[in-house]
Each structure stands twice: as structure tokens, then as C-alpha cells.
Design a protein around this ligand. Structure first.
Ligand code: HEC
Length: 126
């Protein structure tokens, strides 16, 4: 019985260590994402994009997110999207489409303008 208890404790310690390692790895990941965001010229837009857009469009704009399974997410870096004028992209972000939510009530005009510039930057591999 005593042996069994100490064995259980061993597993618990292993599980604990595993949790800590995973936690530290996740922390490092998020810090590196923050650092990447801060080094672009549109630091504020990068953060807004992470918070409001990346869930669907992916951090890199590729649209390779789980959302692809239910809705067709365009690659923001693709010519199809990039050929549109700044005004058109800003309008989509502000007004949304049948497939994309509107952001005019949660983001200011300057924030939307920065996001348009950020979408241009994504296309240039930033
Ligand atoms: C709920 C998922 C979702 C979120 C959140 C989202 N989008 Fe979209 N986005 C889409 C989909 C889907 C489309 C394709 C729209 C269509 O074809 O009607 C799209 C299209 C676009 C386009 C292409 C417009 C065009 O004319 O080709 C841009 C630019 C864009 N999104 C930027 C953003 C930005 C910036 C944000 C954050 C402020 C954002 N999106 C948030 C789903 C999303």
C-alpha cells in the first residue's frame, strides 16, 4: 500500500512538471509573438490585428485558421485582396460583409486605416 502511494505521487510529480513545462513554453511563445508585433512599424495595428482579426485570418493573414472549415477566409496577402484600394479594404473592415463582422463600432477610423496599412505589410512578408 505504501509503495502504491509513492508511485502515485511520482506520477503526480511528472504531471506537475509536464504542466509547468507546457506553461513556460506557452509563455515564451506569447512573448515572442508580442516581440514580433512590436517590431513592425504598425505596432498598435499589429496588436489590434492579433486581438480582433487573427482569430479568423491567422496572425500572418494566410487565413489558415480553424475558421476555414466553416467559412472561406481569403489570404489577406493574396493579389485578390491586395488589388483592392485602401478605401475598399477600409470599408470591408468598417462595414463587414455577409461573412465578416463589422468593426466600425469597436475600432476608430485611424485604427482601421492602420489595419489597412498592416494588411499591406503582411503581403510584404512582415
Ligand atoms: C469572423 C471571422 C473574421 C474576423 C474576426 C475578421 N474577418 Fe476579415 N474576412 C473574413 C471573411 C470570411 C472574409 C471574406 C469576406 C467575403 O468574402 O464576404 C474576410 C475578408 C477580409 C478582407 C478582404 C476584403 C476584400 O475586399 O477582399 C480584409 C482586408 C479583411 N477581412 C480584414 C480583416 C481585419 C483587418 C479584421 C480585424 C479588424 C478582420 N478582417 C476580422 C472573416 C473575418
Amino acid at each position: 500500500m505504501k509503495k502504491r502511494v509513492s508511485k502515485l505521487t511520482g506520477w503526480e510529480i511528472a504531471a506537475l512538471i509536464g504542466t509547468i513545462v507546457a506553461g513556460v513554453a506557452a509563455l515564451i511563445c506569447s512573448l515572442r509573438l508580442d516581440a514580433a508585433a512590436a517590431t513592425t512599424s504598425q505596432g498598435g495595428a499589429a496588436r489590434t490585428f492579433s486581438a480582433s482579426c487573427a482569430g479568423c485570418h491567422g496572425q500572418d493573414g494566410s487565413g489558415a485558421t480553424g475558421m476555414n472549415r466553416t467559412v472561406a477566409i481569403p489570404d489577406l496577402r493574396s493579389p485578390v485582396v491586395q488589388q483592392h484600394s485602401d478605401a475598399r479594404l477600409a470599408a470591408v473592415i468598417a462595414k463587414g460583409t455577409s461573412q465578416m463582422p463589422r468593426f466600425e463600432s469597436s475600432l476608430s477610423d485611424p485604427q482601421i486605416h492602420e489595419l489597412v496599412l498592416y494588411v499591406r505589410e503582411l503581403a510584404h512578408g512582415k
